[in-house]
Ligand binder design. Structure first.
Ligand code: PLP
Length: 360
């Protein structure tokens, strides 16, 4: 039987979505074939793709002056494609580092343009967000890149930083559509789908239209995002199965009451888990500054690393999967994305209390 899955990604999907996929696996939309077996240029898939875009635009209130691109290659590929597409090699981009994925994005930008680390929480071990007022931003920068939710370190911005007129580029892989967000404050929002939106293999970029096509570089046509924008993300074969599942996840999100209701539920889930950690009399510990604690990824430590193995074994036996922390941080990590029901977090919290009693 299915367990509560706290994996950081690929991550749990809504059960109703998986059931619909199962039902439609052999025959989809009267096509006498599955969605994976039909042309991306055929009527059925084009309609499915357009419906997903419409639903995403509606759920996230994406303004008309933004493209929504559905791409292969994951968030990491976009971390390289975006600098290529947003600026020339002489431009400078600012990077704000609040964890592992910000560092990786910077690594992918470095060969492409000038980069400046405007702020970094690394020296402190990535447990807090450097105050925005202290960021050393470059006047006239092409963009400022940051990671609103750092999946491994469990750090999340609650507010969108004000960087003036410079376009903000945000890797929202692990908090995509997790709460309402003002898209118009961003130049680009991008991320992999495999946490909040669907299976891996699909990356989504929401890009302000005027930012594309100004870089002046000689790019291979396939790396030119403008070409995907002009071709409804079908310049080459898109990840059709993942795009189809995305569409089902978005329908589910609408049934949940949209991003406002989802955000409220995510807040309640995070509060439940953090208060269990903070209220454990020091047995469990989360190292992140309270104001920067993620609603999506909750790393925590047991009093002794020797307890990690029994914790994971007993958790699995209790139907709680994927709780091992990332090796860069250690300990445990519970990822509680949109599809994790409140009952799953309650089951985890109950298990943690019981474990602490027995191994205290
Ligand atoms: N950015 C963030 C915030 C992530 O959490 C991840 C994956 O966990 C990535 C980027 C990398 O994504 P991908 O594997 O799709 O390239």
């Amino acid at each position: 039987s299915r367990a509560y899955n706290f994996s950081a990604g690929p991550a749990a999907l809504p059960e109703s979505v998986l059931r619909q996929v199962q039902e439609e696996m052999l025959e989809w939309q009267g096509e006498r074939a599955s969605v994976m077996e039909v042309s991306h240029r055929g009527k059925a898939f084009v309609e499915c793709a357009a419906a997903a875009e419409r639903d995403l635009r509606e759920l996230m209130a994406i303004p008309d002056d933004y493209h929504v691109l559905f791409l292969q290659g994951g968030a990491t590929t976009l971390a390289a494609l975006l600098p290529m597409n947003l600026a020339g090699a002489d431009a400078t981009a600012d990077y704000v580092l609040t964890g592992h994925w910000g560092e990786k994005a910077l690594d992918n930008a470095r060969p492409l343009l000038r980069t400046n680390i405007a702020a970094s929480g690394k020296a402190g071990g990535y447990v807090d967000i450097p105050p925005v007022g202290e960021w050393q931003l470059t006047p006239g920068a092409a963009f400022v890149h940051y990671t609103p939710n750092e999946t491994i370190h469990g750090i999340e911005f609650r507010d969108i930083p004000d960087v003036g007129d410079v376009p903000l580029v945000a890797d929202v892989s692990s908090n995509f559509m997790s709460a309402p967000i003002d898209v118009s404050r961003f130049g680009v929002l991008y991320g992999g789908a495999q946490k909040n939106l669907g299976p891996s293999g699909l990356a989504i970029a929401i890009v302000r239209k005027d930012l594309l096509g100004r870089h002046g570089r000689a790019l291979p046509p396939i790396f030119e995002l403008q070409n995907q924008a002009k071709n409804d993300s079908m310049f080459n074969t898109p990840p059709t199965f993942a795009w189809y599942v995305l569409g089902l996840v978005l329908k589910w999100a609408r049934e949940q009451g949209g991003t406002a209701a989802i955000g409220e539920r995510n807040r309640r889930k995070a509060e439940l888990l953090y208060s269990a950690i903070d209220g454990s009399g020091g047995y469990y510990r989360n190292a992140v500054a309270p104001a920067a604690r993620s609603w999506m990824n909750v790393p925590f430590f047991l009093p002794d690393a020797a307890l990690d193995k029994p914790f994971l074994q007993e958790a699995e036996a209790a139907g709680l999967l994927g709780l091992k922390g990332h090796r860069a941080v250690g300990g445990m990590r519970a990822s509680i994305y949109n599809a994790m029901p409140e009952a799953g977090v309650q089951a985890l919290v109950d298990f943690m209390a019981d474990f602490a009693r027995r191994h205290g």
